[in-house]
Design a protein around this ligand. Sequence first.
Ligand SMILES: [Zn+2]
Length: 411
Amino acid sequence: MEDFHKDCSIPARSSKGHRRGALSALRRRNAAGLLNHLRTNGPCTRVEFAHAAALDTKTVTNLVNVLLKERLIISDGLADSSGGRPAERLTLNPNGAYAVGVDLGARSLRTVIIGLTGQVIAMTENKLQTPSDSEKMLTQITDDIRATIKQANLRSRRRLVGIGFASPGFLDREAGVALEAVHIRGWKNVPVVEHLSKAFGRRVILEEATRAMALGELWFGQGRQEKNFVCLDLGFGIGAGIVSNGKLHYGVSETGGEIGHTTVKRHGLRCRCGKRGCLETVASGEAIGRLANRSSASAVAKAARTGDRTAKRVIREAGTYLGIAAANLINLLNPGLLVLNGGLCRMGDLLLEPFTQSLNRHALNRSLAAARIELSALGNRAGAMGAATLALRSCFEYETAISIQRSAKDR
Ligand SMILES: [Zn+2]
């Protein structure tokens, strides 16, 4: 799918003193600017965008004509006018492009198709059938993507720009390989990108699961208005997706955000990672199930609701430790928002009450006052939506902003 990057369907003007390439790059950057403006600010008129981007109206009109032709934007009716001719408002075309997002969890597999405005068109959710066998997992993943595309009944499959894949654990993103995931036994050295790009003939992008979830929040969730926030994924395992100045934080070897493996008990139980006393040994979904002698964290929650004292104690302890971890994050990073997501959030007050008490006890008042604490509005779709965003965002980047039509025709 290399031509997807290089290609630009807009004929470059060659006028005095400018190289064709330079002008075309400028124009593509402007196109990306308009698409991103519509994405973050909603519909606007040509004049409003010209003003916001400090461009002359003729340049904007040319740009708009191209994007209308490419069907990446559409008319959104007429703006209110105080005298004079009312101006046409422009908006993103929800059907201008589509992307697939896959979220591989320790127990489940979620697949979504989203449109250019982030709307979920189709979603499938299935139990992960063979966590010990990567070949069979890849087959299930491929089958689920096919089923979801079919379910989406897209107006034009040619506008499917790519596939984003959210994988837990450690990755070689450049090679497109999932290296290992402590909670999925068979998920080792899996060439996800090669496999899926062969199967679907689309660009495939691999990202760590919690980071993908944070990207979903940044583009389509509570993170839209906040450049510095943390997404805390409380599930079978525990992770943090950190967004700093509007960008995902990776760290030098791309292992940043492993809050689940920070030490909370000096002589605690041995963790799957090999160390002792990690947060995951006392507060992950897996630990909650094990510590309360139940089959799963949701079974523990059910028991707690009927008054089981052990179940209540284990959840209370977990909430307290999660509150300490969140306080540490807030003290360390001073985020404006902490988004909570993951299956454990479904425990509601059983977990969130001790969590909040502990957070208030341990976080610095000044830092805590600056941070809103919210449950994700995207819910269990956040990871898959974030994965899809990995592919969809190429439409909003200036290299590829207006090349969809052309590259889609090639497919
Ligand atoms: Zn650990």
